[in-house]
Design a protein around this ligand. Structure first.
Ligand SMILES: Nc1ncnc2c1ncn2[C@@H]1O[C@H](COP(=O)(O)OP(=O)(O)O)[C@@H](O)[C@H]1O
Ligand SMILES: [Mg+2]
Length: 406
């Protein structure tokens, strides 16, 4: 992020991209606007490669003062679909959207090279607000629980639905093409996730084979894969990691969880398994501690906190660092808040689909290079545990409720 910019209002230099600068000037001309570098410049690269930049716009006619927009330059391909998907989310749930999504101030502009300019009415949030990922762990508890409550309660409480499908289909749906040729998890599947030459990971080869075999089994239509599974579906953000949640801060410098906003909706779906967002949020919370390295005892405690059928308050675990202890508290609180959105007799069903969402998330993380060797190994263990726990469901009774289709 840049904090100051003195390029004499040189928009192209500020944006760092002459194609975008020309397109923006042409767009402004077409809307009778003038566009300039704002007095408080802000520019950042998102994880998808998108450029995000604050720009100042002024109407050429009239006496309305200038205002600032957040322009997102979405990359070509599927990220370029974000403005349309964002708009769809607005139209499907306008009350929720007014509270928890930013508004697009203008329709998006498509560039010749396939990129898309999105104009968000959110520039005020750039000054004081932070993402969940920027909060210290002690502030995460309230804000992460508020996030899952707003997603499962406000966004889905009255509209969520129940569907029946096969285990294999739900898992495939959660993997969302992660195993497609060329995608990172495809490469992971080929390589079992790690450089097998690496002595440190050789001990994991059995485990990697297990998870690998488990997923192939589920996806390729084994008996377990063909079993019917009842699951809840509805509105899903689709990529609810910590840096896609914006937390407003009040004048007293404290976070205001009631006004949380979700950004980066390119993965939104109105019909996704609901546990996708829960699993994404939790695995992204865990990353805050596991990427720095945790002890084996801490690994077990964290994995258990994510996969156990009921969230249990953690009393102690050996060699527990303060950060891990706080994180165990976060995971427990978020899972409890999520479960509280469902009646007790539905929580068993919910757990089965949650484990499938967790397996898919774990697989996706094991294929990320930027989380380090330790992080990848940790997500591997998470995936194995979630897969084992899912298989235990196989023996524990029907995964379709008796009330189905009543
Ligand atoms: N309205 C906003 N307020 C504050 N920060 C924001 C806002 N929008 C984006 N950001 C920052 O920019 C980052 C990237 O934006 P995002 O839309 O998630 O792009 P990407 O699709 O590349 O992930 C966010 O993680 C956040 O740090
Ligand atoms: Mg993002």
């Amino acid at each position: 992020m840049i904090s100051s910019f003195d390029a004499d209002n040189d928009l192209a230099a500020y944006l760092g991209d002459s194609v975008v600068a020309s397109a923006l000037e042409a767009w402004a001309g077409g809307h009778a606007l003038r566009v300039a570098v704002p007095p408080e410049p802000w520019r950042r690269r998102g994880g998808s490669g998108a450029l995000l930049v604050r720009v100042r716009v002024t109407r050429i006619a009239g006496d309305r003062g200038p205002s600032d927009l957040l322009m997102k330059v979405c990359s070509p391909g599927s990220p370029a679909g974000e403005p349309a998907i964002h708009e769809r989310a607005w139209q499907l749930s306008p009350t929720f959207a007014r509270r928890h999504l930013f508004r697009q101030a203008f329709p998006a502009t498509i560039l010749q090279d396939g990129r898309v300019l999105m104009y968000l009415d959110s520039s005020e949030s750039l000054v004081d607000d932070r993402t969940l990922g920027e909060l210290p762990i002690r502030l995460l508890v309230d804000c992460a629980t508020a996030t899952i409550r707003l997603v499962w309660g406000e966004w889905n409480g009255r509209t969520r639905r129940r569907e029946v499908s096969t285990v294999a289909d739900v898992l495939r749906c959660e993997l969302r093409g992660a195993f497609d040729k060329g995608r990172s998890a495809y490469r992971w599947l080929q390589q079992a996730g790690f450089d097998v030459e690496d002595a440190q990971v050789q001990a994991l080869s059995d485990a990697s084979a297990q998870l690998n075999a488990m997923v192939s089994l589920l996806v390729r239509g084994s008996e377990l894969g063909q079993r019917k599974l009842e699951y809840f579906c509805g509105n899903s953000h689709g990529d609810l990691h910590l840096d896609n949640v914006i937390v407003p801060f009040g004048p007293d410098e404290s976070p205001d969880p009631g006004r949380i906003k979700l950004i980066d909706l390119s993965g939104f779906s109105p019909t996704a398994p609901l546990t996708r967002d829960l699993a994404t949020l939790l695995t992204s919370c865990a990353l805050k501690v596991v990427r720095k390295g945790v002890t084996p005892a801490e690994t077990s405690a964290l994995v258990d906190a994510l996969t156990a059928s009921r969230p249990t308050a953690v009393t102690s675990c050996r060699a527990e660092s303060p950060a891990v202890k706080d994180m165990l508290g976060v995971l427990h609180a978020v899972r409890s808040a999520a479960l509280a959105e469902f009646d007790a007799d539905l929580q068993h069903l919910l757990h089965a689909q949650y484990l499938l969402s967790l397996i898919a998330q774990a697989i996706t993380y094991t294929s990320y290079r930027n989380i380090g060797h330790f992080g990848r190994r940790w997500y591997f263990e998470l995936g194995i545990s979630a897969a084992e726990r899912f298989v235990a469901f196989y023996d524990s009774g029907p995964l379709v409720s008796s009330t189905w289709l009543k």
